[in-house]
Design a protein around this ligand. Structure first.
Ligand SMILES: Cc1cc2nc3c(=O)[nH]c(=O)nc-3n(C[C@H](O)[C@H](O)[C@H](O)COP(=O)(O)O)c2cc1C
Length: 169
């Protein structure tokens, strides 16, 4: 899939088929994260892969914004070094790399975060030097017919030419 097609069609996937994702695909998704650029090439991130069904179920109960993690084929928790001023932007970019790489191979995912991340860190044994910013559950989407349907602001509402407020034609 072309990069733009992946961006155009990707959706937040919260329902997964009960089938495993091959190890090669999991490794490719992680390589996409590893190869992502970061500010000053600092790479202030760590990626914890969770494949155990019991652990996924447990994470589903801890991550209140992502209970569907329990049904995923695997999940990746993303931790950043607390000391890095760029951790959030760098890791967000790595997450997007993973989401798009997965999608291009037919694997859905979603960012689940914000609440319960300290509990996730405790559960996964993440040291105090790091914050968990997201848990990304992955799996083959249960439904695919909504691909490409986006609810987004209009182009004219968010794109400006030369100065804020001037329309871009
Ligand atoms: C930074 C970020 C954080 C998000 N956090 C959550 C979350 O905690 N739980 C959740 O179910 N979805 C989460 N989402 C998914 C968004 O709600 C979803 O992408 C958005 O509503 C647009 O839907 P679409 O991706 O299907 O077009 C998050 C997405 C992003 C980019």
């Amino acid at each position: 899939m072309e990069v733009y097609d992946s961006i155009r069609t990707v959706l937040a996937v919260r329902e997964f088929k009960n089938i495993p994702v091959p190890d090669d695909s999991i490794r490719k998704i992680l390589e996409a994260a590893r190869l992502t650029a970061s500010s000053r090439n600092g790479q202030p991130w760590s990626f914890i892969v969770i494949q155990s069904h019991d652990s996924l179920v447990e994470l589903g109960s801890i991550v209140r914004s992502g209970p569907y993690t329990a049904q995923s084929a695997f999940a990746i928790a993303v931790a950043i070094e607390k000391e890095s001023p760029y951790g959030l932007s760098d890791a967000s970019r790595a997450i997007q790399s993973m989401v798009l790489t997965a999608w291009a191979d037919g694997i859905g995912s979603n960012w689940a975060g914000w609440v319960g991340m300290n509990a996730v860190a405790d559960y996964l044994g993440v040291p105090d030097t790091h914050d968990v910013i997201a848990v990304i559950p992955f799996g083959y989407p249960l439904k695919s017919k909504t691909q490409g349907i986006k609810r987004r602001k209009e182009f004219s509402e968010i794109v400006h030419s030369e100065r804020f407020g001037q329309p871009f034609n």
